[in-house]
Design a binder for this molecule. Structure first.
Ligand SMILES: [Zn+2]
Length: 275
């Protein structure tokens, strides 16, 4: 089953034009959303009002046992209209608040979220915005985060949301992001983490493992570690960043947290290149 899913995903990615995939996805979500119209919940990304969101997420043994925040199964997780999960909605709120308070920023967005193609208002409009990824086809350029092809101090903002858990040389990638950020620049980089761990759970060569082995160890086939909170913070700080952490209740009132179906336990990492 796993191999079949992988084959189908590979076939779609390789042979079907991205615009066709996007249109098919939009059509499917549109039909699905009809059955979820209501007023109990609201998606800040696409502005859809829903009776409820859709339960779901990677329901793996390790995600349950390690109580992973930012991955795993979650009630009322996915918006029926744009398919954003709680982790994208929380990230979007924090990002849009920052961008709306500034203008003319240079932004590098790594691995842009699919749900952002459903944005009800373009939060990047008044900024210089570049999208990039290692292999995505619909971005402005393909790049490796270990060797970012830009000069030092090029960007005001780098967005790499749920990216570092996929990179074995994560500290090197963090140092590269630090290099291309301008002084006082911001990095938006949420990661899944286990509140039960004191240190990162990772091996020496995760790419030697099969997808099934990585999923069994790290909760998702393309993850290469499980971060602990202290470990993620230590690595960001070792790359040169200053970090503050906030729970949703530190930033938003309970009505917003409920209406947008956020995870009470998720942590926003406010990451800066302090000058
Ligand atoms: Zn939505």
């Amino acid at each position: 089953m796993f191999l079949l899913k992988k084959f189908i995903r590979h076939f779609i990615k390789k042979f079907i034009p991205y615009k066709i995939i996007l249109l098919a996805r939009r059509f499917f979500y549109f039909i699905r959303s009809i059955f979820y119209k209501g007023s109990s919940f609201h998606c800040p990304i696409c502005s859809f009002d829903a009776s409820n969101f859709i339960d779901g997420g990677e329901d793996t043994k390790v995600n349950r046992e390690k109580n992973i925040v930012g991955a795993g199964h979650f009630l009322n997780n996915f918006c029926p209209n744009c398919n954003s999960g709680y982790k994208e909605r929380f990230f979007f709120l924090n990002l849009s608040n920052f961008l709306n308070q500034n203008s003319n920023l240079s932004i590098l967005h790594i691995a842009p979220e699919n749900s952002f193609s459903f944005l009800s208002s373009n939060i990047f409009l008044s900024h210089k915005y570049i999208t990039a990824d290692l292999s995505m086809r619909h971005v402005d350029l393909n790049l490796n985060l270990n060797h970012i092809p830009f000069d030092d101090n090029s960007f005001d903002v780098v967005i790499a949301n749920h990216v570092f858990e996929h990179i074995d040389t994560d500290v090197n990638a963090m140092c590269e992001v630090f290099r291309v950020l301008k002084p006082n620049g911001k990095l938006f980089a949420q990661v899944p983490f286990s509140p039960l761990l004191d240190i990162c759970f990772e091996g020496s060569d995760p790419y030697k493992l099969s997808n099934i082995q990585r999923e069994a160890l790290y909760g998702q086939y393309d993850h290469v570690r499980i971060y602990s909170l202290p470990c993620y913070l230590d690595r960001l700080i070792s790359a040169g960043f200053t970090v503050s952490t906030y729970l949703p209740c530190d930033l938003y009132n309970l009505d917003i947290i409920h209406k947008y179906c956020l995870n009470d336990n998720e942590i926003f990492f406010d990451i800066s290149k302090s000058s």
